[in-house]
Design a protein around this ligand. Structure first.
Ligand code: SF4
Length: 242
């Protein structure tokens, strides 16, 4: 192919690309997806036996975070911006566990930020008279499920060894499971959160109180009084009730 022919072919290709883009623009498509050069990475599967040993051997939360690494063990890794590991006091008496990060958490890398997070902070500070940094906050899965759907069983199974070890390392006196998905997952139950909440359960020897998720309370503020009942039970258990 000579230079003239090459130029003509490039001109034809440029013209057809321009007309394609104009058609897309007319259809309201403003952006083209960024080219990555690679296909989305396949999840590489749950912890191996060797990694299970490393999880069990982690002696503090930072060591465990290092074992987690840039985790690609389940398909949630494909849609996340950041891993949301957990935050708070390493030897907290109270550990809050939600189901998974939402949009705000995925962006900031911290559990329970945004409006639901502010409500949880109010529960901790105004209801429990603690500081947010006095408790530990984590989720069942550490990457955001698409469209905030419930985590799927394979995703929970892949992530659970890390949550279990976080609980073992923090050794809280009380776990508060926030919402149906977290409570059902931790308790291996299919009961509705309205039936699970308000009474104590056992999680491997740790007292566990399920209650409604703050995001649910934002939609149903009338249910806050039930959460307050649950929190009062927790305060009695801790011996810090007013
Ligand atoms: S949800 Fe958990 S197991 Fe899945 S990729 Fe994220 S950190 Fe890994």
């Amino acid at each position: 192919m000579d230079a003239l022919e090459l130029r003509e072919r490039l001109a034809v290709a440029a013209s057809s690309l321009r007309s394609c883009l104009e058609q897309q623009q007319a259809a309201g498509i403003a952006f083209l997806p960024a080219a990555t050069g690679t296909q989305a990475e396949e999840p590489r599967g749950p912890v191996t036996a060797a990694e299970g040993g490393e999880v069990a051997a982690a002696t503090d939360l930072q060591e465990l975070r290092d074992v987690l690494g840039d985790c690609r063990r389940c398909k949630l890794s494909g849609g996340r911006s950041r891993i949301v590991y957990g935050v708070g006091r390493a030897d907290a008496d109270v550990m809050f566990i939600g189901e998974g990060p939402g949009e705000d958490e995925d962006r900031e890398g911290e559990p329970f930020v945004g409006r639901a997070g502010q409500l949880l902070t109010d529960i901790i500070t105004k209801g429990m008279r603690l500081r947010r940094e006095d408790v530990y906050i984590a989720n069942v899965v550490k990457c955001r499920p698409p469209r905030n759907r419930d985590p799927e069983p394979d995703e929970v199974a892949a992530c659970e060894p890390f949550l279990v070890r976080q609980i073992e390392l923090v050794r809280p006196r009380v776990i508060i499971a926030l919402g149906r998905a977290a409570a059902q997952t931790l308790l291996r139950s299919t009961e509705a959160i309205s039936r699970l909440r308000g009474r104590w359960h056992d999680y491997h020897g740790i007292r566990l109180m399920p209650t409604f998720h703050p995001a649910y309370l934002l939609r149903n503020p009338g249910e806050k009084r039930l959460v307050w009942e649950d929190i009062k039970s927790v305060l009695r258990e801790l011996g810090t009730a007013a």
